[in-house]
Design a protein around this ligand. Structure first.
Ligand SMILES: [Zn+2]
Length: 116
C-alpha cells in the first residue's frame, strides 16, 4: 500500500471554499456569514485554495483538521449568545439565523474543541 501524503484544511477553510466557490458568495457576503471581515475571509480562502491546489497537483489526500469528527458527520455546531443553547446543523444547510431555543440572533459558531 502506498501511503498518501496529506495536506490539511481547517474547518473554516473548508467552509470558506463552500461559501465562495461552491455557493458562489462574494468574499464580503461569505465573510459576513462566517462572522469575519472581508480581508480575513480573503486570507482564509487564499490558504484554502492553495491547500487544495497542492493536493490536486501533488496527489495528496486532504485532511480536514481540528474536528474531523464534526466534518465527517457533515455537521457544524452553533451556540446561542443569549441562552447558551448549542446545537448542530448539517454541513449543507444554510447558517441558521436565529436560535431554535429562544429565537435570539446572537449566534456563534462553536470552534472545534470548544466543548462548553
Ligand atoms: Zn438561544
Amino acid at each position: 500500500m502506498v501511503k498518501l501524503l496529506e495536506c490539511r484544511l481547517t474547518i473554516d477553510e473548508c467552509e470558506a471554499l463552500r461559501l465562495a466557490d461552491y455557493e458562489g458568495f462574494s468574499h464580503e457576503d461569505a465573510g459576513e456569514k462566517m462572522g469575519v471581515s472581508r480581508a480575513t475571509f480573503g486570507r482564509i480562502i487564499e490558504k484554502a485554495r492553495k491547500t487544495v491546489a497542492d493536493a490536486l497537483i501533488n496527489g495528496k489526500a486532504i485532511r480536514i483538521e481540528g474536528g474531523n469528527y464534526q466534518f465527517a458527520e457533515g455537521r457544524r455546531s452553533f451556540k446561542c449568545g443569549a441562552c447558551m443553547h448549542n446545537w448542530v446543523e448539517p454541513c449543507g444547510n444554510a447558517r441558521p439565523e436565529t436560535c431554535p431555543e429562544c429565537g435570539d440572533q446572537t449566534l456563534g459558531r462553536m470552534m472545534p474543541g470548544d466543548n462548553e
